[in-house]
Design a protein. Sequence first.
Lengths: 616, 616
Amino acid sequence: MRFVWIVLSCFVMKGEPALMPKPAKLERLSGEQRVDASFRLAFQRTAAPRLEHGAARFLERLTRQTGIPLKRGLAASVGAANLIIDCAQTTDAPLTLGENESYRLQVNVEQARLTASTITGALRGLQTYLQLVEAGSRGFALPSVIIEDSPRFPWRGLLIDVTSHFMPVPVIERTLDAMEAVKLNVFHWHLTDDQGFRVESKVFPKLHTLGTEGDYYTQAEIRHIVEYARDRGIGVLPEFDMPGHSGTWLIGYPELASAPGPYSIIHTFGVYDPALDPTKEAVYTFIDRLVGEMAGLFPDAYFHIGGDEVNGRQWKQSPTIQAFIQQRGLKDEAGLQTHFNQRVLPILKRHGKQMMGWDEILHQDLPKDIMVESWQNHESLAVAAQRGYKGLLSFGYYLDHLKSAAEYYVVDPVGGPAATLTAEQKQNILGGEACMWTEFISPETIDSRMWPKSAAIAERLWSAAEVNDVADMYRRLDVVSHRLTFAGARHETNYEPMLRRIAPAAPLEALRTFADALDPTGIEHREVFQRYTQETELNRMTDAARGDSAVVRTLEADVREWLRTPTAGREAAIRRVLEAMAGQRCETRAVWPHEFAPAGVPALVQGTGATWRRWI
Amino acid sequence: MRFVWIVLSCFVMKGEPALMPKPAKLERLSGEQRVDASFRLAFQRTAAPRLEHGAARFLERLTRQTGIPLKRGLAASVGAANLIIDCAQTTDAPLTLGENESYRLQVNVEQARLTASTITGALRGLQTYLQLVEAGSRGFALPSVIIEDSPRFPWRGLLIDVTSHFMPVPVIERTLDAMEAVKLNVFHWHLTDDQGFRVESKVFPKLHTLGTEGDYYTQAEIRHIVEYARDRGIGVLPEFDMPGHSGTWLIGYPELASAPGPYSIIHTFGVYDPALDPTKEAVYTFIDRLVGEMAGLFPDAYFHIGGDEVNGRQWKQSPTIQAFIQQRGLKDEAGLQTHFNQRVLPILKRHGKQMMGWDEILHQDLPKDIMVESWQNHESLAVAAQRGYKGLLSFGYYLDHLKSAAEYYVVDPVGGPAATLTAEQKQNILGGEACMWTEFISPETIDSRMWPKSAAIAERLWSAAEVNDVADMYRRLDVVSHRLTFAGARHETNYEPMLRRIAPAAPLEALRTFADALDPTGIEHREVFQRYTQETELNRMTDAARGDSAVVRTLEADVREWLRTPTAGREAAIRRVLEAMAGQRCETRAVWPHEFAPAGVPALVQGTGATWRRWI
């Protein structure tokens, strides 16, 4: 028996375009511009190489997104182009923090025009154009609009920890592609830690040869990634964590340590004792030469020295170090770390770099041109900004906590404790960074932990504070999620293979229904069950599950509504979902948080096959 | 509301291991070997670089397949290894046709041992090991077995046409990875045709610069692919189609043509007039220099000159050519083509190459050391073999016809008209090639047209003729299909994104249910509806649909059973599937072939929401 397809009535999506981040200003005009195989680009002025690359990438993305085989050649004339790129910057230049990323995009039925002062602005506009393209009943088209857009914060970052689990080059590349798609502009590369020293050093080769088991980036790969990012209007911020989190430095160079070795790679996760010895001159000579080498690889202005979680134990146990603290009147170990930072600062400056560190580095004795990244709490950012330091928010954007997009979305860098700052002080807050720590994350699972939720963070950092309707965010996020797949992210495509691996013989639909109802467990829960190491298998249901799914969100909204107004129709809809979940052969136990416990949920569950019980 | 996962009863797959191709001999022992993060390899003897690469790739594949982060280092000793590779070939050597690909794999509870005479044999055994690894209730394990295996045919190929639609390097790479997984050993690269000349030529640069719009492989890319294939025990057979299908040669070099130009790239598909002029000495000088250049890029013994579909029109219309035919007593245009082949043969030999061509080149005046690939029919292969020519079967393995795996599976190179050959004549039949012509295929759709069905062809060419149980093939193919995803093939992962693109706002499950019930239309149907060109969008339902789906196969079997014995239970099962299909909001019309029409199908359909009508 063969089924032959004859007729398909197409589903047509209409309504507000699913743009994320939402642009500053959007005006709908009437009509739409169609996109077909005749689509051609033109440049109004000379295109610098970086813009040419951007345009080629744009055409490739449009082809992937639509399935239309677009030609790579330009339009015969500006007049004949479907999209004109009018970019005032006609030669390449280094990326700079705070550069003008604004653009104007006017789409008319016959022709669209993208205007920007900078190449980066033009790249941002091209991504907006891609997001406007939708499938309709007559093919692909985009609504006629005038968009004027620019970012709220100049620093919109994403950190990837490549030490806990190494992330091969293709993972970084596809992350940069997805970052460009949602206008993130800083890739923060956490390169060194107790678990690995992931950069090739020709000056101190024992750093990467002994500090890894072979998984590091060669200098050629680093240069490739920096260039790949720059092409996409993304700066690269390297982090060399010091004086703590530096165990892998000490394996090959134990003379830098605060306590006698030997040292080895730590395969578990947490805060450990190894620390550089701030009292030794050799440490600063070493850092000078290392920073000198690395400054040649990383062209951007900032250099992140970490500075977090120094437990001070080795310093406390060393009589020499304690004597140093006393002699210099440094008060305690925190004082010693500030002394260290004060010594490192001129080294960075000599190599043309500005210092950046986690909020532990904040100290009144450091000058105001350092940048502070707050990970411990939101208060430290407010304090830094108040004192006149530039700062970024990462607290609240920790992707390894596997929170919902909504939970990240509501966090605002100048909200919370920073809301009471003066307007001038708020100017010191430059943005934020989503942080993908990878203790429980593999190259296979990282995509579903970053995407699509980082798009919601990207919107928080790009769009106006007033853009904060969670329901509308989710409406757009679901579409953006699929588009990110065409940008190369694998949060959608890795899902089924991971589920199938868990239970190869199970019906896929059962597994999906089950997994769609699950929230995976973040770092704060996961450590309770098992001691994790770099060798732990990350191939379980909690690794495959993505959480924050539309099924659960809808069910949640329905239950809330039902608790307020328990209509029969609403109850039937809820029970249908529960029946579907319970009907799959998996032994599922859904747990409601106690906020719902009193209100009659047990009755709702009854007879659906789901079971209801109190959870502690 | 958050759902927290507590308990999951794992589905356990047991039964015969899903090996494909099925090995020549398999003996089950009791027990199983477990695979966890402590898994380590060892070499019994010196490992040549190609085997080292193979082992590294094996570990990476095992990591991807299981999600277990395996270390890349070797076991401390042979005794401590989980898998010992004992390969008698300790230095690299060129691949040769008919080389010993046999291996022996013994898996015991404590240790497995892979024994092979050649590196290629060891690579084949490693793939078998990967296929043995299954998820069980206690993690990943493989059954204890003794396998002794070797191929039935020495030539097990896959052709990709990169002229109709260009296939970028990553497509070729992932195809080679999937080929290795199912023990295919020849990649036939159809590089030149009227639609494109896809290789960079430094000797005649107008071939690729004027013969493409920029989509060609650089020589560095060719070298990379050849090496990539060789690493996987796969030879590369380049095809330069001549004297027909050569329109793109003539754009830059019209002096080689049989009729005055100008010539240009042909963007449509079919058989066209342009042909080299066999009467001109300059043609042979040109071929000599071109083959000389290309012989440096393609190290394997055979060189495919195409030779198919010369329509002879330009030759008929040229008085000079007709005079040449008469003077030389060549009888007709076929005679002229044989004359051409006779001139090309010594050129190939001079450059160390053996001639291969489509069945049109077969002629008694050509020596017996040429190889004939039968695409027109199975008879021509039998005739060639009978006359003492070596030959391959491609007829019946045309993947662009989008037939079911079962339809390809039943085709046997020495079956059909070749079955009556003597045993000695059968020895001339060296195997076959799956052919992926790409008139209607894009880099996005190619995976689902090749996989998993090429695995069934691979089994036909590797395993004994008696391995022919279609139901058992499908049982294993469904598992192999998922494993091919971990090898990099995208037939599964590209499916949903393509469906979503068609109808972004439609519920995915509806689209899947619908698409799962469809067979896409092959080249023979598709041309009826539309004139296709290289610019035609390949983003429709028929491009996304994969066909040959388990849903349809099960329904088909159920209906056949029901027609034989119409039980109530069987009827209910069928009606449930039809209801699910009809219940989706798509306007689906399923068409039964008339063999089922009389037997009461209308009654079966009634009330399910599906409609029944006669088809023509």
